[in-house]
Design a protein around this ligand. Structure first.
Ligand SMILES: [Mn+2]
Length: 514
């Protein structure tokens, strides 16, 4: 039995491709493509192949950057150390022409670069490779070609198009035409093709394959980018694809009509790549931790999420190994329920009354730094330290006018953003956020009021006022200088009752008080 000959067939690496369409991920994918080349070199060494064949378009451009070329040359030197030969042909992206990379750089001595306009044989031991330089788009590489008879493993290395089915949309699909009959008559044992970027077998009398790019280059490529390990012994050729893709391109169809925002879409896209329940539970756990900015306790939360999904999420206990359950978990309703339930419960645990509060800081309004306000309707106050009251709403302005006229009010302040008086509270979404009450009123030296004015009521109003009530109670416990209270003033009542003094307001506006 003759000794087996082993080669790896790859091509269309397009090193240096910019991937602009990937936005901020483009750099990452450029790196992937280089890493894949290193992995192919590792694979050649591991499989102890006789040679590596590159079927054109190793580079995306005839003049790639020096760093890319240096990288490739260094990798090829690793093969030289292991006595592995490298056969390279140029492609339509890195054609063989003057002042191109093929003339500008010196490649290591184990590298054979084809430079002829017709198929030309290079024989090393029992292997004969017929290669052709890429110099134009029109030449038919296999026209009138027949390999010489020999017992060697005879391999064709060609960059071209076997069919021109899509040439109208993609003119490149007709570059360097290769006819079926020409393949059958070539007398070759194997033809290593480059140009099309997906793995493709051209079935016929001769084993003939496109290896495709070893790493996906666009969303048109299949997810299984590979190289081909080709073995030859006793006149038989065995071809085995080995997947090399580091990152996969997938095209998904997502119904966006039920989605509220980008982050929901992102969640759906992410969950579509979850292949087992461990991945799904992990994904939800990480999502909850990110949203709540938790930095530890992953293992504890993971178990809780798992139990919740298993026992509570669906109307009956479910088997997490069931693929349908996994599919249902990527539905937006399921994602929302899981994340929202945990967020709420965790916040409830985090925001708890520990029964003590202290005053850490006072804000002195007269020490407020000057700040610019929007140019809009305003009034010049007499009872407020600010030189102008600009209302965020018409109601605020009317309320200021009311306070100016109240004989039972010493002074007041509109709580501008610049005052920095805020109270944290848990909002309707279950998140902690800041609440800026509208006014602080000093009725007399002993009585202070925080005022919330509202035109239209929203979901957060009861939560804010509840928190405000608590805040006042805490403050009254912590100090005795003045008594703090709050009043909620809604526009409808303000229009209806026309209070003429602060005392009237205090008596009649009792919402959220009891
Ligand atoms: Mn290509």
């Amino acid at each position: 039995m003759a000794q087996e000959i082993k080669i790896i067939h790859t091509g269309d690496l397009h090193l240096g491709m910019t991937f602009k369409y990937l936005g901020d991920k483009s750099k990452l994918h450029r790196r992937d493509c280089q890493d894949v080349f290193s992995n192919i070199v590792d694979l050649c060494i591991k499989e102890k192949v006789d040679s590596l064949l590159i079927a054109g378009d190793l580079f995306d451009d005839p003049n790639p950057s020096k760093s890319i070329v240096t990288f490739v040359i260094d990798e090829l030197k690793r093969l030289k150390e292991k006595n592995i030969l490298v056969f390279i042909i140029s492609g339509n992206h890195d054609p063989y022409k003057k002042e191109s990379i093929w003339f500008e750089y010196k490649f290591p001595s184990n590298v054979i670069i084809f430079d002829s306009h017709g198929l030309e044989p290079k024989t090393v031991g029992n292997l004969t490779v017929y290669g052709i330089a890429y110099t134009n788009n029109t030449k038919e590489p296999l026209d009138n070609f027949k390999a010489e008879k020999s017992d060697n493993f005879k391999v064709g290395l060609i960059h071209g198009s076997t069919t021109n089915i899509k040439s109208e949309e993609e003119p490149e699909y007709s570059y360097r035409p290769i006819k079926k009959l020409q393949i059958d008559n070539s007398n070759l044992d194997y033809i290593a093709l480059g140009h099309f970027h997906d793995l493709l077998e051209i079935k016929g009398k001769v084993k003939c394959f496109y290896s495709g790019s070893p790493e996906g280059l666009s969303f048109k490529n299949s997810a299984n980018s590979s190289i081909l390990l080709v073995r030859y012994s006793d006149g038989k050729v065995n071809v085995k694809p080995i997947k090399t893709a580091i990152r996969e391109f997938h095209t998904l169809e997502v119904d966006c009509t039920k989605l509220d925002n980008d982050s929901e879409l992102r969640k759906i896209l992410d969950t579509n790549f979850i292949i087992n329940y461990q991945g799904a539970i992990g994904f939800f756990t990480k999502g909850i931790m990110n949203e709540l900015r938790l930095f530890s306790g992953y293992d504890i939360l993971y178990e809780k999420v798992k139990t919740f999904v298993q026992n509570e999420l669906f109307d009956q206990k479910v088997n997490l190994e069931d693929l349908n359950i996994l599919r249902n978990l990527s539905e937006i309703e399921a994602i929302r329920t899981i994340v929202d339930t945990f967020k709420k419960e965790i916040n409830d645990l985090t925001v708890q009354d520990r029964g003590d509060s202290e005053i850490r800081n006072y804000i002195k309004i007269s020490k407020c730094r000057p700040f610019v306000v929007k140019q809009q309707q305003s009034l010049i106050p007499k009872k407020c330290v600010f030189n102008r009251i600009v209302g965020d709403s018409h109601l605020e302005l009317r309320f200021s006018a009311f306070l100016e006229n109240c004989e039972d009010v010493i002074s007041y302040v509109k709580n501008y953003f610049g005052v920095h008086f805020k109270i944290d509270y848990k909002n309707a979404d279950g998140n902690i956020s800041d609440y800026y009450p509208d006014f602080v009123v000093k009725k007399n030296e002993k009585e202070m009021f925080i005022i919330e004015t509202k035109g239209r009521e929203d979901l957060d109003v009861p939560l804010k006022t509840q928190r405000l009530k608590q805040w006042c109670e805490d403050l009254n416990k912590a100090q005795k200088k003045a008594k703090y209270d709050f009043i909620y003033v809604d526009e409808e009542s303000f229009d209806k009752y026309h209070p003429s003094s602060f005392e009237q307001l205090e008596k009649n506006f009792r919402e959220y008080k009891d």
